[in-house]
Design a binder for this molecule. Structure first.
Ligand code: SF4
Length: 476
């Protein structure tokens, strides 16, 4: 990931917009994902009923979160799963390292996990001299390329077939160049296959953790998740504390919403339900299972009734696919682990507004993200809340670094705007000046940035008031 202190959102956006290849790749991938989602939810009323159900399940779980987490811990422990808690990502990384050290492990095979990305786990373990092998195909590709994921669900969505062929040819020893998709998949498979048997530790994410049974549910399409969680002798599952739900019967509606929204599938190829380490008489499975539950700022979100809704997210990625900003700039421009509308809401809360507050500006507030979110998170409202927190002060604020995006110049500009629009005389004067001179203003500073890709609006020579006066319609 980029150095956050050097995070320059505007420069990242300019770079992404200038990259025609990136825009083309994103465009075709996002178009495809949206079409598939629409096809899998053909009946609007059925989808709305499912969304209502999904929202209710997540809201209910959040309203009883401490109780459900305690229940989950007790059930997991009774099932033989070792539960660890981490308040920060540093603590979480150290916990994983300790487990690996205890087993003398030097290689971890890793399934897809956004929480592990949030922790910066790969870099942390590599700095300790350990090897981490990503096994999800998309993650494998970007690990080879030395890049972070650019999408929550499709990490290598910004790459096309030709680019992947080049990466494989250049970075996997003795690999001939091929653009044949089957051959590329076979190359990845052959490279990864041996690693599953060499890795002493396998790591996975968790899509849903069921409190009443202690079941860890894992959704995937490639079978790599199953390999990571069954072949190595030790399995570590990492999850944010919001992943818990109360009952097993609540999983199917959430699963349907997740797979349909994420990839337009009725069900994924694999759905794993992990309840314990290998039991006596069982032929496979790890000897140890660890569940690592990460807070990293989530408790603070839970304490605010509006921000708490951020924790309903099931990480389906569909808000990204429908966002006109994300679709044009891709995930890397956002500079942090979670891109798109959900990233604009949770990253400032996780990283603070000083570092990440600019993200909330990357929205046209067209409402598309809120309309497609399967658990009805009011993303546009929460994005506006982040903007308010960025310039806010006093008791209304609760997000870290609140008020640090306040600009004296912008504040002055809005005060002037308010004055011009609340004083009839000033408003009439302003309209008259703009009508005469507005179309001849030089396009400088922010105006130049605005008009580079857009046609500047033309000011009417006469205001509505003037026209009404001339027609004798004005009552003043
Ligand atoms: S905010 Fe909603 S649409 Fe976006 S990733 Fe989360 S669940 Fe999916």
């Amino acid at each position: 990931m980029p150095e956050h202190s050097a995070f320059n959102f505007k420069a990242n956006i300019d770079k992404a917009l200038a990259d025609g290849q990136l825009r083309g790749n994103l465009r075709s991938a996002m178009d495809g994902l949206r079409v598939k989602r629409r096809a899998v939810f053909p009946a609007a009323d059925e989808l709305e009923a499912l969304r209502t159900q999904g929202e209710a399940i997540k809201r209910r779980a959040l309203s009883r979160l401490p109780e459900l987490l305690t229940q989950l811990e007790a059930k997991c422990t009774a099932n033989g799963v070792q539960v660890h808690w981490a308040e920060t990502k540093e603590e979480a990384n150290r916990t994983v390292l300790n487990i690996m050290r205890r087993h003398g492990a030097e290689l971890m095979v890793k399934g897809k996990s956004m929480v592990s990305e949030e922790m910066g786990l790969n870099h942390f373990l590599e700095d300790q001299g350990l090897e981490v092998m990503e096994t999800d195909l998309g993650e494998f590709i970007i690990q080879l390329a030395g890049e972070p994921p650019s999408h929550i669900i499709v990490p290598a969505v910004h790459k096309n077939k030709d680019q992947i062929a080049k990466i494989f040819h250049e970075l996997i020893p003795d690999t001939p160049y091929t653009e044949d998709v089957d051959e590329l998949t076979a190359i990845a498979r052959a490279t990864l296959r041996q690693k599953y048997f060499q890795g002493q530790v396998g790591l996975s994410g968790v899509n849903f953790a069921v409190a009443e049974t202690g079941t860890l549910c894992l959704v995937e399409n490639e079978g790599n998740g199953r390999m990571c969680t069954t072949v190595p002798p030790v399995h570590i599952a990492v999850m944010g504390l919001e992943k818990v739900v109360e009952k097993l019967e609540e999983v199917p509606p959430l699963l349907r919403l997740l797979t349909g929204s994420a990839t337009g599938q009725l069900i994924t190829t694999y759905f794993n339900m992990i309840t314990s380490p290998r039991r006596k008489g069982e032929k496979d499975g790890p000897q140890e299972v660890h569940l690592l539950i990460l807070d990293n700022g989530r408790s603070a979100m839970l304490n605010d009734p509006e921000l708490r809704q951020s924790l309903q997210c099931i990480r389906c990625g569909t808000c990204l696919n429908h966002c006109p900003v994300y679709v044009r700039i891709g995930g890397h421009a956002y500079g942090f682990v979670y891109p798109g509308p959900i990233g604009e809401v949770i990253t400032p809360q996780l990283e603070g507004l000083e570092k990440a507050g600019a993200l909330a500006g990357a929205s046209s507030l067209c409402q598309a993200c809120g309309e497609v979110c399967p658990v009805r998170i009011p993303l546009p409202d929460l994005i506006r809340r982040m903007r308010r927190e960025g310039v806010g002060q006093g008791a209304d604020c609760c997000v870290r670094d609140c008020g640090t995006k306040r600009s004296a110049l912008e504040s002055l500009a809005w005060k002037a705007w308010a004055l011009l629009n609340t004083s009839p005389r000033l408003n009439a004067l302003n309209n008259m000046i703009l009508g005469r001179l507005g179309n001849h203003l030089p396009k400088l500073g922010p105006l130049a940035a605005w008009t580079t890709g857009r046609t500047a609006p033309r000011f009417a020579p006469k205001s509505l008031h003037q026209l009404a006066n001339e027609e004798g319609l004005h009552r003043d």
